[in-house]
Ligand binder design. Structure first.
Ligand code: ACO
Length: 426
């Protein structure tokens, strides 16, 4: 059997055989037969927009790998900084490469005083941290004019280091501004995540920000969130990057995509849902109401995973470790019961709805002391390395500017009607 499809235009009887390569059929071949007939694929459900060697995801089998390495092994043995190197460079670093990389990232954690004093301080007192983050990342492009030199390999690498390094500093700034605490400079003797926790929470005594278990848990969460192939925000990064905008502007667009509740906001929705359920005896009636079409079970289901999200398994273990330090999040029992009830219910089984990464991540972040508003920001910090890996790949591929087509459904040509002759009907 040939590994190909044959398409016949029934109007003319013309056919074309298109090979299936790496699971895809080339639209360039299709265009030869049907030059002005477009695939109608809203939300790109069946469209592969690029070739990529970064992340492998098999949603049916519940497999996720970065550069070939299973997510389970990376979460167990690696650190976020090492994973960021792997994503942006393609290979795990040697000891010397890792030392240079972590030194560079560590020493780029400072942000220009004007970003904080003049720019961030100008926000309204109750500004959402993620809104501040989107704007601050975009503003960085005006501080690093060399970023426009995207053809220069050295300049590209410099922006990669700067962005990965400055995200936690910006994130902590947005939080401290939102609660009226003075900004804390980075402490470059600490690890990536320990430094971030300190910039966030020192000197708050009720938060265990200096406990190594917390820094390690955050490292694992950052590894799990570092990349997820062509998701909404990565697609935004690639689309804006394809116009050759500088990486800060493209990254701001990706942050904006992540801000949406359907993407970076799902773990917040989970926490709110668990609050609403309130107690174990309400779990059954809540599940029934979901089945009756009154709302969705937040943190369940995924566009790509039709099996248990492998990240959700890892996160459950991390949750146990964090709760040993912080005390159990009171919402955990409700979450566990909800999972148990849903996984044994035919509605969820038949639709292949399983917990996704967000089902437990919000509970951990909340127990660690992060307010709900910070959840999308916490997602943006590690996802920056994934976005940048895709940006570098896009430029290396010399990709065309992204420019989809549409199926026009509007009015046919009509004559302009002067305003005085217009009625409501026209
Ligand atoms: N609760 C109840 N029913 C659901 C859920 C859910 N969470 N998710 C899907 N379904 C049902 C739908 O009602 C539909 O049923 P039907 O066939 O009877 O109409 C069927 O399952 C298929 O659902 P779709 O909406 O077609 O699935 P899609 O792939 O488009 O949606 C999504 C994926 C958006 C993630 C969805 O599962 C959802 O809304 N989940 C809750 C929100 C969430 O957890 N988002 C986080 C995603 S992970 C991330 O972004 C990091």
């Amino acid at each position: 059997m040939p590994d190909s499809v044959t398409i016949t235009d029934n109007r003319t009887g013309d056919s074309i055989e298109i090979p299936i390569v790496n699971g895809g059929v080339s639209s360039a071949e299709w265009r030869k037969l049907l030059p002005n007939t477009w695939f109608f694929d809203p939300a790109f459900v069946s469209t592969a927009a690029c070739e990529s060697a970064i992340t492998y995801l098999d949603g049916d089998a519940g497999i996720l790998r970065y550069r070939g390495y299973p997510i389970e092994q990376l979460a167990e043995h690696s650190t976020y900084l090492e994973v960021a190197y792997l994503l942006t460079h393609g290979e795990l670093p040697t000891p010397a490469e890792y030392q240079r990389w972590s030194h560079e990232v560590t020493f780029h954690t400072f942000i220009h005083e004007n970003v904080r004093k003049r720019f961030l301080d100008g926000f309204h007192y109750d500004a959402h941290p993620m809104g501040m983050m989107v704007s601050a990342v975009a503003a960085l492009s005006t501080f690093y004019l060399d970023a426009k030199d995207i053809a220069d390999e050295e300049s590209r690498q410099k922006q990669v280091v700067r962005l990965i390094a400055k995200m936690p500093t910006l994130a902590a700034c947005t939080y401290r501004f939102s609660v009226g605490m003075p900004f804390l400079y980075p402490d470059n003797s600490l690890s990536f995540t320990a430094n971030f926790l300190r910039m966030m929470f020192e000197p708050l005594e009720h938060i265990r920000w200096d406990d190594p278990v917390m820094a390690r848990a955050l490292d694992v969460l950052f590894i799990l969130h570092a990349d997820h192939e062509q998701n909404c925000s990565t697609t935004a990064m690639r689309v804006v990057g394809s116009s050759h905008a500088d990486p800060y502007s493209a990254c701001a667009a990706a942050c904006a995509a992540l801000y949406g509740p359907r993407h970076g906001g799902a773990n917040e929705a989970v926490v709110r849902m668990l609050h609403e359920i309130g107690s174990l005896e309400n779990v059954g009636p809540f599940v029934e109401s979901v089945k009756a079409g009154r709302g969705r079970l937040q943190g369940f289901g995924h566009r790509v995973y039709k099996n248990y999200d492998p990240r959700a398994r890892i996160i459950k273990r991390t949750a146990d470790e964090v709760f040993e330090v912080t005390g159990k999040n009171p919402l955990l029992d409700i979450a566990l019961k909800l999972e148990e009830v849903a996984l044994s219910d035919d509605y969820f089984i038949s639709r292949r709805l399983y917990p996704n990464v967000d089902f437990y991540s919000g509970l951990i972040y909340q127990a660690m002391g992060f307010p709900i508003d910070m959840f999308p920001v916490l997602f943006a910090i590690p996802r920056t390395s994934g976005w940048l890996a895709h940006w570098l790949e896009l430029l290396a591929q010399d990709a065309k500017i992204a420019r989809p087509r549409q199926l026009y459904m509007g009015a046919d040509e009509r004559e302009y009607v002067p305003m005085e002759r217009r009625t409501a009907a026209t």
